[in-house]
Design a binder for this molecule. Sequence first.
Ligand code: KVN
Length: 834
Amino acid sequence: MIDRPETDSLGDVELLRLPPLGLDADSILSDSIHYHRRMLGRRTFRTHEHFLYQALVHATRDRLTERWIESRTDLARGQGKRACYLSLEFLMGRLLRNALLNLGITDEASEALDRLGVKLEDVHEQEHDAGLGNGGLGRLAACFLDSCATLGLPVTGYGIRYRFGMFHQRLENGYQVEEPDSWLREGYPWEIERIERRQTIKFGGKVKRFKDSMGRVHIDWIDTHDVLAIPYDIPIPGYRNDVVNTLRLWSAAATDEFDLEEFNAGSYGDAVAAKNEAENITMVLYPNAETENGRELRLRQQYFLASASLQDIIADWARQNGNDFDQFADKYCFQLNDTHPAIAVPELMRLLMDEHGFGWDKAWQVTTSTMAYTNHTLLPEALETWPVAMFETLLPRVLEIIYEINVRFLAEVSRHWPGDLEILKRMSLIQETPEKKIRMAYLAIVGSYSVNGVAALHSKLLQQGLFRDFAELWPTKFNNKTNGVTQRRWLAACNPGLADLISGRIGEDWVTDLEQLEKLVPLADDSDFQQEWRTVKQDNKTRLAANIESKTGYPVDPEMMFDVQVKRIHEYKRQLLNVLHTIHLYDRIVRGDGDDLPPRVIIIGGKAAPGYDMAKAHIKLINNIAEVINTDPAMRGRLQLLFYPDYNVSAMELICPAADLSEQISTAGKEASGTGNMKFMMNGAVTIGTLDGANVEILEAVGDENFFLFGLTVEEIPAVRETYDPQSIIDNDRDFRRVMRLLDNGHFNHFEPGIFDSVIAAVRDPQDPWMTAADFRGFVDAQDAVGRAYQDTSSWTRMSILNSARSGRFSTDRTMRDYNRDIWHLEKLNAGDS
Ligand code: KVN
């Protein structure tokens, strides 16, 4: 007779009590071998480390899963409020290193592998970098999840499981070539498919109204093309607190019904084609950060995510509460990561009215007390507007609801500004000319109880500029939440040398309380500590140098200053300004005026949107200049320029610990926050930057003696723009003249005449929105100051230590506390307290 297993009953949930899994090296080893042999069916370890990686993930995932189920039980039992972070992007990167760190089993896993004669580092290299995002916005979502789990906040990430993530960047003769990212090719061992929670998403069709026997109007959205949404869950562990939250990613699949119809009609081919059309929805991540909108498939993705996620939550709710939604807003809130999922506003209205029978006012009450919107950019080209015509065919019922929201909203506007037709036109959710379009940001504002920007300056500019009318109408809706980064990934995991040095001096509390780094301030002048600090930086530079040489073929001398700019390639981020300075340094050395300069390697990395020709030209320019500089014997040991190929999360984990100088040089007012700036700062790089985004707050934290500030301010720009004349700036600046002459003469493109004409013309264009020429002199002078400062080793090290020491406020732990205090009001999960 087998004993009945011990159970813990929770409503309909029967929880089997299993003995807890061991966290020691032996248990990890035996489970890994089990998975390697019995599940994966592999015989040897060393020839195919990938399967050993998969086996170790399964062993690790088991240990997460037992905590995961406990966390979900706590949540179900606790009846507390939860937040859902809706985002088209989650740039997770690799998960193993952080899972081991957060579980506290890094050394044990390492020891287990040692016994097989395999290095944990090599196993990490086997993991595909989950690149389901473009850049900062997607990585921010990933850092938020880590911090919420660590704080014990019940927050679920909802996103899309793209078959192909961010493209891989290859360089061909200095040009970017995009290659597909098949990150799921060998299977993704972190995810668990939850077919039982699939949802059906409607597209197309038409709207039918009918009256029931009571004379009430009902709405049917009929003749739709339905697509299944299948969720895949990824565990998100907190740091050593037994909390595991969930990232739920939706994948599109054809419904079972639809192909039968076509098949019976004899067109098997059509049926399969229709299946493809359904599955296309989640095929690929749109690789356009802050550019190019308006593609229908993208709108399909947005609606697919919003509808699947809301239906998922409402299904849960209805299971427990039936049709009583009175408490719904006390138990759920939805944070919209930019306007990409803003269609959730009318979709929640639709679900509540059409599927659950609520009237408008009740549905609107629920919607506007659950939705919160975060804006991430002021750039006009990134502001989403969708053609009404597209909605008419794709989402006719959702369009009706948006119109109704608009009618009622405009009535409120007229009450506030009676007789003002101009303001009605300005604030309408529908832009009338040149084409009728829906303004998604306005829809998000009207439908949300909170609207925030991502850095103090950005939030201020939103309220004074882009959203001024709305801020006047609803002043209390608007707030700031300055971004952050998680120190677990961006210091503890990626920079073990520095982490150990810091913990040896001030203890380990900084891992969950970054403000503790302040305790390093008194050590900034301690010469022994400085020496150790430099040794760590040097080791990290050596590590990066080896990585760069393997990727580019160029050897890099770790004795040189590492001057780094890595981020998406975009005109507003001004990689071009960096390049102009590089040419200036080259010119100085050529003309014999470079003896005072410290040896410097300038590293630039980033991807350009495939359709963004100017950004692609910048990549080619960087590579051509690099070729000239790096092959000139006069530059050897003095100046180097490198383009880091295929920049991604894993690359940043090698790069930020090794940087001396962090380039944050966007045109003031254009970079909403930046988050790379924070990763560099935390790892002891000193910033050269403009007063833009979170740079403003970084400067405030470190003080101007520890920051290289330059450039026009937001306030100065309009006046300068009025009389902006780049050519006269060039003519009046000898250094600038010489730089432009080299470019004009084709010094970097002898055999490719004319290829940089548009880049050069943009610098001279009086209409240049990025005002590169205006900031040339300020930048060169600031760089000169950097060069001098770097040569005073002790004082540079002091600056480096102070940057790290004062980075406490840039932890996403702080950011998430702020969201929770002002917007979400969640209670911590029990385990989070321990
Ligand atoms: C827009 C369209 N950010 C976007 C964007 C498609 C994909 C992404 O968000 C970061 C912030 C950066 C901002 C970036 O440029 O300054 O640090 C996180 O808040 N991405 N829009 N804005």
